[in-house]
Design a protein around this ligand. Structure first.
Ligand SMILES: CC(C)(COP(=O)(O)OP(=O)(O)OC[C@H]1O[C@@H](n2cnc3c(N)ncnc32)[C@H](O)[C@@H]1OP(=O)(O)O)[C@@H](O)C(=O)NCCC(=O)NCCS
Length: 395
C-alpha cells in the first residue's frame, strides 16, 4: 500500500487530505477492500468468486440482504425484478420521447427523477421492507429507462422489456436490439456483478450524502448517476475504449501490430502529461482483482486472445512507467466492444450494476443515520463591506 497522507488538527477541526484520500467517514457492512488493498469483498465473499459464479439476482440479494439467497428467496427476487422491469409507467416513455440526442447518462438521471414522481409516496418512509421494495424497482427499471432514452433519441423506437427473460439477458437485448447468446449474456451479467458495489466510491458517497438528509431514494440515485458520469469515475470505461480504438487506428496507419504499437502510444501520451484512461485507482495501488474476472470472459469472446495481449502490454508499460495498475474500466471497455455495445452506453451499464450498491448504501445510511455535513476551512478574505453599485467598480 502506498503511504497515506496524514490528517492535521487545527482549532479542533480535522483537516483532511485533498480528495478525502485515506479518510474513513463511516463504517459499512456491504463491501470494501481487504486490508492488503488487493481484494474487493462483497458481504464476506471475494469479488473474483462472486463475479465469476453469481447470477445478477444472487449478487443483488447478497449486496442488499447480506447473504446469498436460498431457493425461495432467489425465486422471489427474480420474480420481483423481472415483473418490475415490465412496469415502467407509460408516461415516462412519453416524457423520454421529448428528450434530445445527448449523453445517455442524462436519460438516467432525468428518468429516475420522473420515476420518483410515479413510484415514491409524497411522505417517504424509512421502513426496511418499503425501502427494499423501492430498491428492487429502481434496479429493475433503470436499465429500461436508459435503453428507451437511447433508442428514442436515435430512431424514435422503444425496445420493451421482456419479463420472461433473465434480467441481464433482457437488458443486453434492449441495448442491442437483438437477443444475445447465452455466453454474451453471461459475460455481460458478470460485468454488472463486478460493478455492483465498491465501498465509498464517489457516486456511492454522493448517494449516502443525499440519503443522510433523509431525502428519498430516487433523489439520491439521481445524484449518484450524476457523480458516476465523470471520466475520473464511471465515465472512464467509454474514454478507455475511445483511446484504445484511437491507438488501433494509428497502429494500422503505422503498419504495426497494436500489441507492439500500444507502448509508443502510451509513452507519447505520458510525455504530454495526459492520463491513460482505465489505469490508476484511489484504493487499488497494486492490482484491481475485478480485471481478472473480466479477462476470463474477454478470452471467450471474439478476438479475445488478441485484445488480452494488447491489454497486458499496456499494463506492462504503465507498471514500468507509472507503477499504476489497470482498473476494471479498461477491461469492461473491451468486453463491451466485443459485445458490439454502442460506446455511449458503457457508463449507463456501469450504473445498471452499481444501482444495487447505491440502493443498499441508501438503506444502510438511513437506518443508522447522522447527516453528513463536514466543516470547511475558509481561506478567503474577511472584513469586506457592501458598497453600492456606483461606488463598487470605480477605476
Ligand atoms: C482513478 C484516479 C481518479 C485516482 O486518482 P487519485 O487517487 O487521486 O490518484 P492520483 O491522481 O493521486 O495519482 C497519483 C499519480 O499518478 C498519476 N496518475 C494517476 N492515474 C493516472 C493515469 N490514468 N494515467 C497517467 N497518470 C496517472 C497522477 O497524475 C499522479 O501523478 P503525480 O504524482 O506525478 O502527480 C486516477 O488514477 C485517474 O484519473 N485514472 C484515470 C481515470 C480512470 O480510469 N478512472 C476509473 C477509476 S475506477
Amino acid at each position: 500500500m502506498s503511504k497515506q497522507p496524514e490528517c492535521k488538527i487545527e482549532n479542533g477541526l480535522i483537516i483532511a487530505p485533498k480528495g478525502l484520500a485515506g479518510v474513513v467517514p463511516d463504517v459499512t457492512r456491504i463491501s470494501g477492500v481487504d486490508p492488503k488493498g488487493t481484494a474487493t469483498i462483497y458481504r464476506g465473499y471475494t469479488i473474483d468468486d462472486i463475479g465469476e459464479h453469481a447470477s445478477f439476482y444472487e449478487a443483488a440479494h447478497l449486496i442488499l440482504k447480506g447473504a446469498l439467497p436460498c431457493e425461495d428467496e432467489l425465486k422471489e427476487i427474480k420474480k420481483k425484478i423481472d415483473t418490475y422491469r415490465g412496469q415502467v409507467p407509460e408516461k415516462i416513455f412519453d416524457a423520454l420521447k421529448h428528450a434530445r440526442l445527448a449523453h445517455p447518462m442524462y436519460y438516467g438521471s432525468y428518468g429516475v427523477t420522473l420515476l420518483g414522481q410515479y413510484n415514491a409516496p409524497y411522505d417517504w418512509k424509512f421502513d426496511e421492507d418499503f425501502l427494499y421494495d423501492h430498491a428492487l424497482k429502481l434496479i429493475a427499471q433503470l436499465p429500461v429507462i436508459f435503453t428507451a432514452g437511447w433508442h428514442l433519441a436515435h430512431n424514435g423506437t422503444i425496445i420493451r422489456p421482456d419479463p420472461s427473460l433473465d434480467h441481464a439477458k433482457d437488458v443486453l437485448r434492449m441495448i442491442l436490439g437483438k437477443t444475445p447468446s447465452d455466453l454474451e449474456a453471461r459475460a455481460f451479467e458478470s460485468t454488472l456483478v463486478l460493478y455492483m458495489d465498491h465501498g465509498f466510491n464517489a457516486s456511492t458517497f454522493t448517494v449516502r450524502v443525499i440519503a443522510s438528509t433523509l431525502s428519498d431514494m430516487y433523489s439520491a440515485i439521481a445524484g449518484g448517476i450524476g457523480a458516476l458520469k465523470g471520466p475520473l469515475h464511471g465515465g472512464a470505461n467509454e474514454k478507455a475504449l475511445v483511446m484504445l480504438l484511437d491507438a488501433k487506428e494509428k497502429a494500422e496507419k503505422a503498419g504495426k501490430p497494436l500489441e507492439e504499437y500500444i507502448e509508443e502510444y502510451i509513452l507519447d501520451k505520458l510525455s504530454r502529461k495526459e492520463k491513460i484512461m482505465g489505469f490508476g485507482h484511489r484504493v487499488y495501488k497494486v492490482h484491481d482483482p475485478r480485471t481478472d474476472v473480466a479477462a476470463k470472459f474477454i478470452k471467450q469472446l471474439p478476438e479475445g486472445e488478441y485484445w488480452l495481449k494488447v491489454l497486458h502490454k499496456a499494463e506492462e508499460v504503465m507498471k514500468r512507467e507509472k507503477n499504476l495498475p489497470a482498473n476494471i474500466d479498461l477491461y469492461t471497455a473491451i468486453l463491451y466492444y466485443q459485445l458490439k455495445i454502442p460506446i455511449p452506453m458503457f457508463t449507463p451499464i456501469f450504473a445498471m450494476g452499481r444501482i444495487v450498491g447505491w440502493t443498499s448504501h441508501y438503506i444502510e445510511q438511513v437506518l443508522n443515520n447522522r447527516i453528513i455535513r463536514p466543516s470547511e476551512k475558509y481561506v478567503g478574505p474577511v472584513g469586506l463591506k457592501y458598497a453600492p453599485l456606483e461606488e463598487r467598480c470605480k477605476k
